[in-house]
Design a protein. Structure first.
Length: 252
């Protein structure tokens, strides 16, 4: 398709913002994907081009967390495998159930999750981190990777946010380790989807490369905010992402 400079002006700033939010609390796709659609990019092209930026931006955030020691590869590799299996299951399940049915389920679930976040004033506070046995924490994280991976294949929006909530709330990870683990899982699922879109010719490379640069910058800044001041910034951003997702499902 023929691109205009207006499409770049619409997509690039919103993808940058999505990168910042995604690195902090997940859910960046709630902003970046609509940006392409607002710019007039056809849906399948929007999905493929969006994945291009997501892969590159998430790779930077993942690298930054790994560099600072917040991704433990021996554990995370198992979570990645579980998420890939779950995503494959979810992709098949979604053929049997309508997307709108899932949206109705989310309308019921999201206010409960938001209430949990509001009540949990310690979110971002690592005082409870490591308070359960390591084997139990590993089992919870594995289950989360499988279940949320299934959700990602089945529906998708808010995947990173849900992982972050489970890893900090139930598995008792530190905020930084939870963020790093979430990024590693998301990177693998994004890369897999991107390859499929490339093979099917559903990527607009000039727009995708420009957006990827913005996504990289946004993810770099966002991951830096978590590394330097995670306790104060994560909780309000999680609430923002949940609110956007709820509104999108309710009215979109």
């Amino acid at each position: 398709m023929e691109l205009t400079w207006i499409q770049f002006l619409i997509v690039c700033p919103l993808v940058f913002l999505a990168g910042v939010i995604d690195a902090i609390a997940g859910g960046g796709g709630l902003i970046s994907l609509p940006a392409y659609l607002i710019a007039g990019v056809p849906p399948h092209m929007a999905l493929g081009t969006n994945k291009m930026g997501s892969v590159m931006g998430t790779a930077v955030a993942t690298w930054r967390f790994a560099k600072n020691g917040f991704i433990h590869l021996k554990k995370v590799i198992w979570f990645i495998v579980a998420a890939l299996i779950g995503s494959a299951l979810g992709s098949n399940l979604t053929l049997l159930v309508s997307e709108r049915t899932v949206e109705y389920m989310m309308i019921a679930v999201l206010p409960i999750v938001a209430f949990y976040v509001l009540r949990n004033k310690k979110m971002g506070d690592d005082s409870d981190a490591g308070t359960i046995p390591e084997k139990r924490a590993f089992a919870i994280a594995m289950a989360a990777a499988l279940l949320v991976g299934t959700y990602d294949g089945f529906y998708g929006p808010g995947t990173g946010t849900f992982l972050l909530l489970i890893l900090t709330g139930a598995a008792k990870y530190t905020m930084k380790e939870a963020s790093g683990t979430t990024k590693a899982i998301n990177l693998s699922s994004n890369a897999s989807a991107f390859v499929i879109f490339v093979l099917n010719g559903k990527v607009i490379y000039p727009l995708g490369l420009a957006a990827a640069a913005c996504s990289i910058l946004g993810n770099y800044i966002g991951s830096g905010l978590v590394l330097s001041n995670g306790q104060k910034i994560v909780r309000p951003v999680v609430l923002l992402v949940l609110s956007i997702l709820f509104i999108k499902i309710l009215f979109g």
